[in-house]
Write a new protein. Sequence first.
Length: 160
Amino acid sequence: MERKPNRLKDYDYGSPGTYFITICAKDKKNYFWENVGASIARPQDIILSEIGKIVEEAIKNIHQVYPAIEIKHYVIMPDHIHFLLSICGDDFGRALLAPTSNRVVQQMKGYITKKIGYSIWQKSFFDHIIRNRLDYEEHIKYIYENPVRWCCKFHNKEKY
C-alpha cells in the first residue's frame, strides 16, 4: 500500500517558520518513560527511561548543532515525542544557514539510534507548518497537556 504524502507540495521546509513535529517509536512501544504501567497519578511523577533521557539530550542539543534552529517546547511521551521546531530568519526574514526540518529530524533519529545501538523509530514522522499565533499557541497547549491526557486515558483503561 502506497503512503499518502503528508507534506505540502513545493513548500520549502528550510524556510523560516515553526513546525510542529511528531516522531513515533516503532510499534508504539514504550521506550521513553520508566514507570509506564506503574501507578502514575500525575504527569510530574513521570520518570524518563535511559532512552528517554538520550532523546531529551538530543532535543536539547539541536540548537548547539544548528544555531539557526530553536526548540522551545517539547514533550516526551511513552511512545512518541512532540516538539515545536523553529527555523530562524535574519532581520529581513531570510533563512539563516539552516537545514530543513526533515534533515534535523533524520539526524536526531540517527544520533539516538547510534547512541543506543539499534533503531526504535517508525519510518517517517509527522509535521505541521504553524500558520499563525493562534495555531502556535494551540500546539504549545497540546504539548503541555499531552501527559495529562495520556495519564487520564491510561487510568481509565485500568478500571475496565
